[in-house]
Design a protein around this ligand. Structure first.
Ligand SMILES: Nc1ncnc2c1ncn2[C@@H]1O[C@H](COP(=O)(O)OP(=O)(O)OP(=O)(O)O)[C@@H](O)[C@H]1O
Ligand SMILES: [Mg+2]
Length: 232
């Protein structure tokens, strides 16, 4: 498997960036991949959560709080970068460094109104729109979610995955045991699916996929999974 660098970023705070970063790192570790976790948010939530996890994955987890270009040569298979809620220099470095930037969005105006500047910044940094797929969190049948869905489809944003709102995450994230006890098998599924899609997308990108192809990767992968599920 080639190396995968994934960042989690939205300029809006409190949308679930760190939670996704923690769970992606945990999935990689459980699958016996080595992980370099880079916490560039001064709040330190990511390193705190992973600090607990370090007790279980002593040799396969490394945690640092600055991102350096030389990290591209790190021995770990996964580099997971948790970003602060801004587009400052460090966040821009993460956008430029990562193969994929996961963008969590709640169904509120503030999560969505920030996306224009995120994508224009990413474009300036020569990233393709398909490298920054959205992950929708807590979308339901409410009027707000319907409006948010309309905005997402009108602006033609790529959506990689939809995550439900969990009741237990806030209690378990702090102890870094989300993966083992905080989420039921059913709740874990969308995070595992997101993880699998990132792996496939990066594989396709490294085989030199064109921009249009990259933008289609997430939905193409989704179709593959729907077909797989239909077979079960
Ligand atoms: N899928 C989810 N269901 C329910 N609660 C969630 C979910 N994801 C995250 N949360 C909760 O939402 C809150 C904010 O999550 P988190 O800290 O991951 O966001 P963030 O975007 O990293 O915030 P910040 O911008 O401050 O770094 C936390 O209490 C977290 O436990
Ligand atoms: Mg955070």
């Amino acid at each position: 498997m080639s190396k995968i660098a994934v960042a989690v970023l939205n300029r809006k705070g409190g949308v679930g960036k760190t939670t996704i970063a923690v769970i992606l790192a945990q999935i990689a570790l459980v699958r016996h991949n080595k992980v370099l976790a880079v916490d560039i948010d001064p709040s330190g939530n990511f390193s705190d959560a992973l600090g607990f996890m370090k007790n279980y994955f002593k040799d396969s987890l490394r945690i640092k709080n600055t991102l350096e270009d030389s990290d591209a040569d790190a021995q770990e298979e996964w580099i997971v970068i948790d970003c602060p809620p801004n587009l400052d220099e460090d966040s821009q470095h993460a956008i430029k460094f990562a193969d994929v930037v996961v963008v969590p969005v709640r169904s509120d105006f503030f999560s969505l109104s920030n996306l224009g500047i995120l994508y224009s910044t990413a474009k300036k940094l020569e990233r393709k729109a398909g490298q920054l797929p959205l992950v929708k969190i807590g979308y339901d049948n409410s009027a707000m979610s319907k409006i948010a869905n309309q905005i997402i489809s009108e602006r033609d944003y790529t959506v990689a995955e939809e995550l439900p709102l969990h009741k237990r995450i806030p209690f378990n994230i702090a102890s870094g045991i989300v993966w083992s006890t905080g989420l039921t098998a059913v709740s874990r599924k969308p995070y595992e699916r997101l993880f699998g899609k990132i792996v496939k997308a990066v594989e396709k990108m490294s085989s030199g996929a064109e921009e249009a192809e990259i933008k289609n990767i997430w939905s193409a992968v989704k179709k593959e999974e729907e077909t797989e599920n239909a077979d079960i």
